[in-house]
Design a protein around this ligand. Structure first.
Ligand code: ATP
Length: 225
């Protein structure tokens, strides 16, 4: 067990949170000996369409999903901020709070990493955090089309989980995880079709969704809720 406390960060829309997110966080934490994983629900996402449910509901669902895991922590900074929430800004704020020496590990699925070159100040993110990329069904790292991202990936990749404890930032490490072909999009489709979404997310999250009538209609439903 390394002596440093590397901190994992899992940003997402979590619209809703599901077992794909939770296994991703758990398996990357175990593989890299992370001391904590911060779940950071996004406010207004800069890279995609507006979420279907309000920030308040998405935060509440994350809280319910992670409450029994001492390794997992909810961080509400992005939903409390007005305007777009860029990962670069969130990492810079965490870096300022936690100090230059703190190893930070940004966790993402391969689908997110293959589009990483479209993120705000993506090159500068390597100076703020390591990146752990987990395999996700349907998204292969071979699908990186952007040459600059491919180069950055090849230069920074490591197979050694110790590397994220030796430096505060800068490595890219692939972490094989249990492949769970679960997405929030598919879950919303089930709920809109009045079909069961059991066994795809923690029961408390599904109860919350049912109690608040979330995801029953199409896009932008419940947005004010
Ligand atoms: P949507 O279907 O609405 O796009 P999503 O299920 O992909 O949502 P996000 O909140 O966008 O969930 O994902 C947050 C992060 O979790 C991303 O880095 C994404 O790659 C990762 N992730 C989500 N689901 C899985 C999964 N089943 N396996 C591995 N990684 C996942």
């Amino acid at each position: 067990m390394p002596d440093t406390h590397a901190l994992g960060i899992l940003g997402g829309t979590f619209d809703p949170i599901h077992f794909g997110h939770l296994r991703l966080a758990q398996e990357v934490a175990d593989a890299l000996s992370l001391s904590e994983v911060r779940f950071i629900p996004g406010g207004t996402p800069p890279h995609r369409a507006a979420p279907h449910s309000s920030a308040q509901h998405r935060v509440a669902m994350v809280r319910l999903a992670i409450e029994d895991n001492p390794l997992f922590v909810l961080d509400e900074r992005e939903t409390r901020r007005d305007g777009p929430s860029y990962t670069f800004d969130t990492l810079a704020a965490l870096r300022a709070e936690l100090g230059a020496a703190q190893p930070l590990v940004l966790i993402m699925g391969a689908d997110a990493f293959t589009a990483f070159n479209r993120w705000h100040r993506w090159r500068d993110i390597f100076a703020l955090a390591h990146i752990a990329v987990a395999h996700r069904p349907g998204a292969a790292l071979m699908q990186i089309n952007d040459t600059a991202l491919q180069q950055a990936f090849l230069q920074r990749r490591t197979d050694n989980g110790e590397a994220v404890h030796r430096a505060p930032a800068g490595c890219v490490i692939e972490v094989p995880i249990t492949a769970l072909d679960i997405s929030a999009t598919a879950i919303r489709g089930l709920l809109q079709a009045r079909r069961s979404a059991r066994y795809l997310m923690p029961p408390a999250v599904l109860e919350y969704i049912e109690h608040n009538y979330l995801f029953l209609r199409g896009n932008f439903d419940n947005a004010a809720g």
